[in-house]
Design a protein around this ligand. Structure first.
Ligand code: NDP
Length: 278
């Protein structure tokens, strides 16, 4: 019997990743046999671990998460437009000639979670993004593509927010503000928490004035890491408060389609993970 195709997710730490479960559930929908495992690589070992996976272990594709997304982008020989504009990659694919291609599915996955799963029309929203790290970069362009009217980026340290706004290059729609001024910058229809504060066990102190009536609040984190922000959103009177579990499943679906040429049904996988996290 031939060996199943090899897939993996690289991160550090990575033991608690849901990606192996999600990809196995997608594969079952099509009767595909695959081996999908976690690979814990420290930053100094990442490039060599990726080389070994693709060259020696005949890996076909890999997901990449913290802290390797910039390194994954840098080591690839080809980059999709989505990866190029963001400057990081969360998907690596071995091409037929052995070279490795980089792609970024974060933004498309987040927007699809909102528009398809939660039936939200983002057009015309005034959006506030908290954070300007890798994930914020991943979603910023996609929010603009989805039609938000304005995007205001606020980061604890101002330089990454300014760099992101400069990279987007749409000064009429994209603005930056200082974190210290959050109390007097007005209110927003869409507030995206793209900070890693919750994941790091830290809490954010945010003024309720940020949430417009009927605001939509979205935390890219999920599980415990999103509790604090979602509780704030509810207390601030937000109409909707979502975590990033759906984004995780949607970004995985994009990678699965890229590797297998088949579009999985994300809803049963999302519902089963949601039931388990309840
Ligand atoms: P990065 O390390 O690249 O960026 C972290 C960001 O959080 C920076 O903007 C940083 O600000 C800010 N930050 C950290 N701690 C605080 C704090 N205490 N107060 C205010 N700001 C803070 O991380 P990522 O962008 O890759 O990830 C961010 C989050 O998104 C994580 O929780 C991650 O799990 C989640 N994520 C979810 C995905 C999904 O599929 N659902 C996909 C990708 C990410 P500063 O620059 O000042 O340090």
């Amino acid at each position: 019997m031939s060996r199943p195709s090899q897939f993996a997710v690289f991160g550090h730490p990575i033991a608690h990743s849901l990606s192996p479960q999600i990809h196995q559930a997608f594969a079952q929908q099509f009767g595909i046999a695959l081996d999908y495992r976690t690979i814990d690589a420290a930053p100094a070992d990442f490039a060599e671990a990726v080389r070994r996976f693709f060259d020696e272990e005949e890996g076909r594709g890999a997901n990449v998460t913290l802290p390797h997304k910039a390194a994954a982008f840098a080591l690839a020989s080809e980059r999709t437009q989505a990866a190029l504009r963001v400057g990081t990659a969360n998907v690596l694919t071995r091409l037929a000639d052995g070279r490795v291609a980089a792609h970024n599915t974060d933004g498309a996955g987040m927007v699809r979670d909102l528009t398809d799963r939660h039936s939200i029309d983002l057009r015309g929203h005034d959006a506030l993004m908290l954070g300007a790290g890798g994930a914020a970069r991943g979603v910023a362009w996609s929010l603009l593509d989805a039609g938000v009217a304005t995007l205001t980026i606020v980061n604890r340290s101002p330089d990454p927010a300014d760099a992101l706004a400069d990279a987007i290059g749409e000064p009429a729609r994209v603005h930056t503000r200082y974190w210290e001024d959050l109390g007097n910058i007005g209110s927003y229809d869409l507030i995206v928490n793209a900070t890693s504060a919750g994941t790091l066990g830290q809490s954010l102190t945010l003024p309720f004035s940020l949430a417009a009536s009927r605001a939509l609040c979205y935390d890219l984190g999920y599980g415990k890491s999103a509790f604090g922000f979602l509780a704030w959103a509810q207390a601030a009177g937000a109409r909707y408060a979502y975590d990033g579990l759906g984004m995780l499943v949607e970004t995985a679906a994009d990678a699965f389609e890229l590797w297998h040429g088949k579009r999985p049904d994300t809803e049963p996988v999302y519902q089963s993970l949601r039931a388990r996290s309840a």
